[in-house]
Design a protein around this ligand. Structure first.
Ligand code: 5AD
Ligand code: SF4
Length: 455
């Protein structure tokens, strides 16, 4: 074991993936070295997710299995970061006395100082709110490939956090409690950071936030020269020369403005792809969820997007079995799926989360019933995804290569579809663009053949 080595396991969303990258970088700056083997590490960090009950259980079961490692090696330090840390705090130590450090979601930048405070097996906890996001979060160094995060670990495609937190308080959601209120970074800092990345060879940027559409809104901590909205930021970022692909995630439908929709027409490097979580197809349930839009509002925006960019790929999140969801409500979600024909979706059984209002609502459904609805939804979504993917058969698309190992190549289209290519030349390295003809469509990916010309 190297006494300076650390291992990070990341659970959950892209925000956590980015936070792990930042912690890895901060630790590397103070002499730590990242390892991919937890058994070799002197420090193990679990960057945790608590958005659904299952995600949280995974964290506790992994912590349980680390107990043995700690017994074998009492010098080992175990740190819990992320949303479970923020939510459970002291309770983690009460349950798991082998944990040395619990740090909240807003303290990742200070990980090195906090670690040095947790010496002599005294546990340090830091959960307080602090609205500081560093003005500049450099993307240098670190050890790609270790976080298992796909292209974003590579030097050609990066996530850039533009805002954190959430003010929406959807009744099922723990994020406003674990991530705190919305804070937007200064636009000039974001643009400078992306310029530096692009100068270093990055060609794809994903702007990241819990609700990017409300970037810069007046009820946030921000010091942009107002008014400056997310559409303004997109336009300024899109101007950066050499930035081939620009994406953003995640959007709240209520904040998807007409100006933002028009960006898909006006900004040539803004990829025709949007993740637009709808959660339910029933207005009654949307109201109980505090989503602040109706299905009619939502569909109007979807239609505008499709008319402006007919090639746009729309994906969504769905919760089935929200408290009080009747069979008729659920059928409205199924109907919505038929209307929008999402390219893909993430769907979940509703689960109670601490502090959320939905946890106290009447009308909880049984696990069996939620399971049945989930299966029905996912089965139909899979069929639609396949039908959608077949629409690409015979077309030639440009993919951004992510991996090429011995001629087995994988890349993504502008719509974020994964394409596998066999027998690719080895000089098509990650980060390059390749024109491919789509020759096979599966549910979750496409197969392509290289075409000699340009798409
Ligand atoms: N139960 C089930 N799914 C949830 N999500 C958020 N909170 C819950 C919950 N309590 C889902 C939503 C959200 C996605 C990230 O996770 O669909 O968009
Ligand atoms: Fe959670 Fe709703 Fe905020 Fe999304 S918008 S993070 S679902 S509270």
């Amino acid at each position: 074991m190297n006494k300076n080595s650390f291992y990070i396991k990341t659970f959950g969303c892209q925000m956590n993936i980015r936070d792990s990258e930042i912690m890895a970088q901060k630790l590397s700056e103070t002499g730590y070295i990242e390892t991919s083997a937890p058994d070799d590490a002197a420090l193990i960090i679990l960057n945790t997710c608590s958005v659904r009950g299952k995600a949280e259980q995974k964290v506790f079961s992994m912590l349980g299995s680390l107990r043995k490692l700690k017994q074998k090696n009492p010098e080992l330090k175990i740190c819990v970061a992320g949303c479970v840390a923020q939510q459970e705090g002291q309770k983690i130590i009460d349950r798991m006395e082998h944990v040395d450090l619990v740090i909240g979601t807003q303290h990742i930048y200070n990980i090195s100082e906090l670690l040095s405070k947790s010496t002599n097996s005294k546990t340090a906890i830091n959960l307080s709110d602090s609205y500081e996001i560093p003005r500049y979060i450099p993307h240098v160094g670190g050890s790609p490939a270790l976080h298992d995060t796909g292209a974003q670990d590579e030097q050609f495609s990066k996530f850039v956090t533009i805002m954190q937190g959430c003010n929406n308080f959807c009744t099922y959601c723990v994020v406003p409690y674990t991530r705190g209120r919305e804070v937007s970074r200064r636009a000039a800092d974001i643009v400078n950071e992306i310029q530096t990345l692009v100068n270093g060879g990055v060609v794809e940027i994903t702007l990241l936030g819990q609700n990017v559409n409300s970037y810069g809104s007046t009820n946030q901590v921000i010091d942009n020269p107002a008014p400056y909205s997310f559409s303004d930021l997109l336009a300024d970022v899109a101007k950066i020369e050499g930035l081939e692909r620009l994406r953003f995630t995640t959007s709240h439908p209520k904040d998807l403005s007409e100006r933002l929709i028009e960006c898909f027409d006006l900004l040539p490097n803004l990829c025709p792809q949007i993740h637009l979580p709808v959660q339910s197809g029933s207005d009654r349930i949307l109201k109980r969820m505090n989503r602040k839009y109706t299905i009619a509002n939502y569909l109007e925006k979807v239609e505008r997007l499709k008319s402006i960019r007919p090639d746009i790929a729309i994906t969504t999140d769905i919760i089935v079995g929200f408290p009080g969801e009747t069979e008729a409500d659920f059928q409205q979600t199924m109907n919505l799926l038929e209307t929008v024909r999402y390219h893909g979706s993430f769907s979940f059984k509703y689960s109670d989360r601490p502090e959320t209002r939905a946890a106290d609502l009447d009308g909880k459904l049984s696990e069996e019933e939620k399971g049945r609805r989930l299966q029905q939804f996912q089965k139909r979504q899979d069929e639609i995804s396949l039908e959608r993917n077949r629409e690409y058969l015979g077309s030639t698309l440009s993919i951004l290569v992510e991996t090429n190992s011995g001629g087995k190549m994988m890349g993504r289209t502008v719509t974020n579809h994964i394409v596998h290519v066999e027998r690719a030349p080895l000089d098509m390295v990650p980060g390059t663009f390749a024109p491919v003809e789509i020759i096979h469509a599966g549910q979750h990916s496409l197969k392509g053949a290289l075409t000699p010309g340009q798409p």
